[in-house]
Design a protein around this ligand. Sequence first.
Ligand SMILES: *Cc1c(COP(=O)(O)O)cnc(C)c1O
Length: 457
Amino acid sequence: MNKPHEPNSWEARAMANVMAGFTDFPTLHERGPMILTHGKGVRLYDTAGRDYLDANSGLWNVVCGWDHEGLIEAMVAQTRRFPAYHAFFGRMADTSVELSEKLIEVSPFATGRVFFTNSGSEANDTMVKMLWMMNRAEGKPERRKIITRINSYHGVTAVSASMTGKPYNEHFGLPLPGFLHADCPHYWRFGEEGESEAEFTARMARNLEELIEREGPETIAGFFAEPVMGAGGVIPPSKGYFEAIQPVLKRHGIPFISDEVICGFGRTGAVWGAETYGIEPDAIIASKALTCGFMPLGAVILGDAFAERMQAAAEKIEEFPHGFTSSGHPVACAVGLKAIEIILEEGLLANVRMISPYFMKRLNALADHPLGGEARGIGLMGALEVVAEKATKTPFDGALSVSERIANACLDQGLICRPLGQAVVLCPPFIMDETLLDEMFDKLETALDKVAEGLKA
Ligand SMILES: *Cc1c(COP(=O)(O)O)cnc(C)c1O
């Protein structure tokens, strides 16, 4: 059933002219698109004047709310002074130098080098090209394969979609050859009958090692992982996972690239997810909260060793033939500098640490709801996975679209939260407090009750 829209309404114009991405079309046809006009603090407003508490920080990125004066001022001031430039031919904006320096300062690396992109996908893509170029320059052209994990999300360009471990990429004939997917370390879902979490973690590491040996360690260029899988459904690793797999990678000389597009800048309660999980990365991929979502910007942050090897590879052919027209865009970089200041120095990260225990307490309580399967999360990111039968963790029939129903029931309550598989995702802005968290969870609980009732009927 297609929802009828007033001719010339925002909804009708959107339906006629916009190719919507990552949108459930049955839901779109039934409910119509939501056209938003502005935001204030943690709330968004649509063309009908309705307001919504956004439990998803836009798409994980708008962590400081929609009207942060400091960010707006930084953007306006930079736009007046120097609104656009590139980073080719040895020329670059002063602001991009400042942000590169700042990113290395806040990174786990003593020294390093930064390359700017416009998005997380482009940053992952860039990192893969860097690995390929370094290995070729060092006489190891066969070292090209990339390992990521099932359910990981690394983006949508042909390379970063190949890295992403989600089945929808089959529709594009992806992954490209040479992109391998190791196990997803989700104990609750993939732990076997009678297997302890420690045994599960050991199996993850063993399987990874087998994969590496089967493919040939000398053919593998790098391992990319999100410290906590985000778009795969907020999946924190099983206990001891990174401690178990890092020695395997080291043993085979495989670099570890931490995709911190979601975890970076505070989401897990530390600056980096790598810090939260004791990961020692060779490089970091950043985006999303890097500008609090106010401008598009991604960054590859190379650690000491990579920076040196990459520089040497480029010197050899006298350049690094790569770059986007807007790499190092001065306005994006100015916003990035301000965002880092706001998050790290003006108390946003401290606030995440302060409210996270309450967030986790209310999240964990959702597991007791009749629909609740697993409540999982860390810092200020969480998910509730629903099940048809608790004891056996049996998922609902996909045709019931239960998580879509929950997200829609949330919208009816004035709450935006995202359905993901059979889970709903919560990743509210860092400016939340306990009162707003109560409002968020109360609305979600009401929505869960309504959906549970509807399922019974
Ligand atoms: C969002 C995301 C990306 C892709 O970033 P885009 O800016 O959407 O291209 C890559 N990796 C992770 C972990 C992400 O969450």
